[in-house]
Design a protein around this ligand. Structure first.
Ligand code: ZN
Length: 300
């Protein structure tokens, strides 16, 4: 009996690295825990879960939804939209932060439920249209494929009812990772909003070519370098992101409820500090991988 368990243990351990390279992991509790939807600015509402962010931007010509989250998330997102007194059928445009299953797996269902047009950054289109199958890191994380109605390119604008969102390609984390910016009024005063796509180098991402092991995709490290240059140059008053944890959402929500209101979300210093901290983390990891690759590897 003991020997069988030992064999099972060895077999499981041998699967470990393979599993890590194929799957991002199952949903974490804070990704699926619902929270009350709330208003962030005069026209941006939070309709995500405790950590997986989804934003509803309300305009005079209908609404824009950013992120469809997990395959199980659409009922939660739709319930949050209804709780705010909005109609899912008013969602005209669906956008994402990037093509990973925790931000885009619900897209096919939300497109169907709302009848929204799906607009995705060029380099993430193949991933969303293959239901995750063409992802460079997690081709095993499959979800319903969703047809893209408009292919976006770096710097493109998405317009609805006078609200203009700009799509900044901030690649690295995925090839088409997108940071969204827009002007949105906070208590009537126009403010610069940044919704960071992602800046993380996940476990298993290869930033350099090594003999017999190419980088995760050609130019990934340069993608991150460009991303941090772009993020540093953005003007940010209201700091948001694909995960609540990027911008201390729960802490700020407590402050908003305790009386600060919409002003709780204005955090230019927090944005700058987060970008700098994530850039240092990327540079440290890049150096570590270059050093490990040694003289035989190449960084460019
Ligand atoms: Zn991701």
């Amino acid at each position: 009996m003991k020997r069988i368990w030992l064999l099972v243990a060895i077999w499981t351990m041998s699967l470990g690295p393979v599993a890590a390279a194929q799957n991002y992991g199952s949903a974490r509790p804070e990704w699926t825990t619902a929270i009350e939807p709330f208003r962030i600015t005069d026209n941006i509402y939070y309709v995500g879960s405790k950590d997986l962010a989804a934003y509803l931007i309300v305009t005079s010509a209908g609404d824009i939804l950013i992120n469809s989250n997990l395959v199980s998330s659409p009922p939660q997102i739709l319930a949050s939209i209804r709780k705010l007194g909005m109609k899912p059928s008013d969602v005209k445009i669906l956008l994402i932060s990037h093509a990973h299953f925790d931000h885009d797996a619900g897209s096919a269902e939300l497109k169907r439920a709302a009848g929204a047009k799906y607009m995705v950054m060029d380099a993430d289109v193949a991933v969303v249209e293959s239901g995750g199958g063409k992802d460079f890191a997690y081709p095993g994380d499959r979800y319903p494929a969703a047809k893209v109605d408009r292919v976006l390119h770096d710097g493109d604008e998405v317009n609805l009812g006078g609200v203009v969102l700009t799509a900044h390609k901030t690649a690295g984390h995925t090839r088409g990772c997108t940071t969204w910016t827009l002007k949105s009024p906070v208590n009537g005063t126009p403010r610069d909003v940044v919704i960071a796509g992602s800046w993380n180098v996940n476990d298993g991402f290869r930033l350099v070519d090594r003999p017999g092991k190419r980088a995760s995709y050609p130019g990934i490290a340069q993608g991150y370098e460009h991303t941090f240059a772009v993020l540093r140059a953005l003007k940010c008053d209201v700091f948001l992101g694909a995960h609540g944890s990027y911008f201390n959402m729960l802490e700020k929500l407590d402050k908003a409820k305790a009386g600060a209101g919409e002003a709780a979300w204005i955090d230019p210093d927090g944005y700058k500090a987060a970008v700098e901290e994530r850039q240092r983390a990327f540079e440290t990891e890049w150096k570590r991988q270059r050093d490990a690759a040694g003289a035989t590897g190449s960084s460019h």
